[in-house]
Design a protein around this ligand. Structure first.
Ligand code: FAD
Length: 416
């Protein structure tokens, strides 16, 4: 192996896999991390449990990345969920697969994943320099030759840029890599939040704050046209909504809002009942409990917090005896239960997004190696690339896989 060195910039999921794999392949590796420890963001993933990958078959997995997913095909053929899981198990990290194919450490602690990866880096002889923010990547005649870190110029035969996106900046991901790649000629697709809570108009939903609805249908309606429909969970928060369905729809919602389009959410609170069945259910309930006030009967149909909101938005009197509800009023209720509309006025900022959409344009990167097509010896890994997926472990797997491939390829380049 040549005496040249690989410098990995950023010690997140992508950077750690890149550094460890390059070192395992025999290269001398220096990992420069701006924070006091690598892996800060991994430590907060999956609500502290780290949903590190998903057991979905490859074609389905790739679909979760949308149009850009095919860029990952060759990378995933080399290092995918089974390889990642085997590697972590070999390092004594027990894993468990949960609903929807989501994989977590058995311990339920994301910090165990970080600890395992740090141990792996150490075992493979990676030199880690913490508190070392890189400002620049230097090139000479189309080849990388160094990075600038503070007042140091550190020589490098290859550089792997793995600085992540620009969300949750307290973890160290502040988007530093975009201008560095841009100055080397890479096109940067405008960055914007993905997997982000949405803000909604009006204060009718204020009493619902903190309420989590399971098994509901959520449609995203743009300029009166239905664009996407999902089933699952939604959570009301101050000034808006979040939860798995909303996060998944948010990428399209953000793009549509940016185009000045009208964006609405239509909630189907009774997705298991079509209009006919819902009418039969209402008739039955109202007949059986005819003397009771409508508000009390609605509590059998809705979470208690929702009843006043339902009455307010449909204009139905809660004190009315259920047996007195007229057919027109029932229709209003039915429509609301199947099509509860929320006007989307905005989204939470990039800093609060689970992932950053946009980034280094994939056209400038070789999907077989993760090497730049513009600057020899420059590689990319992780969220800095213009890749983003739904929730479910897909984003971390992409960071791990692109990291692994970049590390492998950079080490191979040193041997050339
Ligand atoms: C709250 C939250 C929960 C999430 N949960 C999940 C989940 O359960 N499953 C899932 O698949 N995905 C999840 N994600 C997304 C996932 O964490 C990211 O997609 C993934 O961590 C990206 O890895 P990365 O290595 O590219 O970037 P990061 O993990 O962001 O790492 C980048 C690293 O580079 C360092 N850095 C930045 N600039 C410099 C510089 N100039 N010099 C040196 N170092 C620098 C940073 O300090 C950081 O350590 C979650 C994200 C968030 C915010």
């Amino acid at each position: 192996m040549s005496t040249g060195r690989i410098v990995v910039v950023g010690g997140g999921a992508g950077g750690m896999l890149a550094a460890g794999e390059a070192a395992r392949s025999g290269a001398r590796v220096l990992l420069l991390e701006k924070m006091r420890h690598p892996g800060r963001k991994i430590g907060i993933t999956g609500k502290g449990r780290c949903n590190l990958t998903n057991r979905a078959p490859l074609p389905e997995f790739i679909e979760h990345f949308g149009r850009n997913g095919r860029f990952l095909r060759q990378c995933f053929h080399r290092f995918f969920a089974p390889e990642l899981m085997a590697m972590l198990r070999e390092l004594d990290l027990d894993l468990v697969t949960e609903r929807g194919g989501r994989v977590f450490p058995v311990s339920g602690r994301a910090t165990d994943v970080v600890r395992t990866l740090r141990g792996w880096l150490k075992k493979n002889g990676v030199e880690i320099r913490a508190c070392s923010p890189v400002q620049e990547i230097c090139q000479d005649r189309g080849r990388v030759d160094a990075v600038v870190c503070g007042s140091d110029r550190i020589a490098a035969r290859a550089v792997i840029l793995a600085t992540g996106g620009a969300s949750y900046p307290a973890t160290g991901s502040t988007g530093d890599g975009y201008p560095m790649a841009g100055r080397l000629g890479h096109r940067i697709v405008p960055v914007r939040p993905a997997l982000v809570p949405l803000e909604t108009a009006g204060d009718a939903t204020v009493p619902l704050q903190g309420l989590r609805l399971r098994n509901i249908g959520v449609r995203l309606v743009v300029d009166a046209r239905r664009r996407q429909r999902l089933f699952g969970e939604l959570e009301f928060m101050a000034g808006g909504v979040t939860g798995p369905t909303i996060l998944t729809l948010s990428g399209l919602a953000v793009d549509m809002l940016r185009q000045g389009r009208q964006v609405r959410l239509a909630l189907d609170l009774k997705p298991a009942l079509d209009e006919r069945k819902l009418e039969a259910r209402l008739l039955r309930d109202f007949e059986r409990r005819g003397r009771e006030p409508l508000a009390a009967v609605l509590r059998g149909l809705l979470p208690p917090q929702m009843v006043p909101v339902c009455l307010h938005l449909t204009g139905l009197p809660g004190g009315l005896a259920a047996g007195q509800v007229r057919s027109g009023q029932r229709k209003r209720l039915r429509t609301w239960l199947k099509d509860f509309r929320l006007e989307v006025t905005g989204h939470r900022p990039l800093a609060e997004a689970i992932v950053t959409a946009g980034g280094v344009d994939l056209g400038g990167v070789d999907p077989r190696t993760m090497q730049s097509r513009l600057v020899a010896g420059l590689f990319f890994a992780g969220e800095i690339l213009d890749l983003q997926a739904d929730t479910g472990g897909y984003n971390l797997q992409a960071a791990f896989s692109t990291g692994w491939l970049a590390g492998r390829s950079a080490a191979a380049r040193l041997r050339e």
